[in-house]
Design a protein around this ligand. Sequence first.
Ligand SMILES: [Mg+2]
Length: 410
Amino acid sequence: MKDRVILHADCNGFFASVEQVFRPELCDLPMAVCGDPENRHGIILAKNEKAKVYGIQTAETVWQAKRKCPDLVLVPPHMDEYRRFSRRINAIYADYTDMVEPFSIDESWLDVTGSQQLFGDGKTIADTIRRRVREEIGVTVSIGVSFNKIFAKLGSDYKKPDATTVFLREDVEEQIWPLPVTDLLFVGRSAAATLERARIRTIGDLAQADRELLVKLLGKMGDTLCDYARGLDDSPVAKIGEEREVKSVGNGMTFRRDLVTEDDIRLGLHGLCDSVAQRLRRSGLRGWTVQVTIKDANLKSITRQTTLPHATDLSAEIWQTAVELTLANRPAAIRMLTVTVSGLTDEQGGEQVSLFDEDELPDLDRQRRLEHTLDTLRDRYGWSAVRPGATIKNDIGVDDEAPKGATGEP
Ligand SMILES: [Mg+2]
């Protein structure tokens, strides 16, 4: 069978680039977008090319950044603008294929296998898209072209800004295998440390490692990463609109021991709500309804749900609601909990500000900024980089691996 042609398009310094469209004078100054410019512990979310020269890094604090570059211009984030730009950029992608799958606000996969007769080969389409996004939107994009999603993503990271990198099947051993294993999608800090102990340092080391050893080291993720390194990922690029058909986002867990105390329940729900919220944000969705399924020690389960005064994608709100529902319906011992958010809407539609309590709004804004910051940190350092102190040592099995869990049950 002929190889697929997959593109991964990644906007360069996206938040900073959008700010520069509105304030072109910022192009000539070192500038960074950060969570809370007034707070020296605020975190850098994005930086422009001029700031990069000073070694400013995403996810460091304002204080660290200012030490490197005292004249750094700090700009607060404008998430609604970023979402608007993201939609416009994805609309350009959609001119070349009906298979466009956003991965985050500034990254999407495109399957252009069937588009080549009309628009040229993968590299030609990538170059055309880069030019159009630069000219029509004012943002530069790096694009990886390969035969699967994982290597396409690797390609968009390989050369930037404003570049196209092609990895063909015959390039894998020579070009991909020498790259550090941490370049591979989903190899976070803790997985990298585990692999380092087994002296697996490059993608080639990973590809040649024994699959059973990897499973022993990393569990199911070891199996997945083995496929990734060997070029065996065959996951499809979703069709446009497929995500909109997602009816709910949920995650469940059977605990290592039964949950008995209120603290157990809070802790058990925390990671679940966190992962559900992050997946909602990734998909640009918010939900009106929070549902909890509680399975007791005799495996009898009940489901309870409540509808919020507004649609949310915030971990803190989902958690608070899930804790209340669980405590109100709590058996003596809980074996398993599942948290599901449904009644999904895309963020624009969900934003019914009039429903917010006036006093509540700034808090929600602050919480939203905080949680977006967490997303940025986790994208960069892995899921375990940020987690509540309480989960660091626990005996119920809430651990530091990136959450999996089912999406989109009908
Ligand atoms: Mg980017």
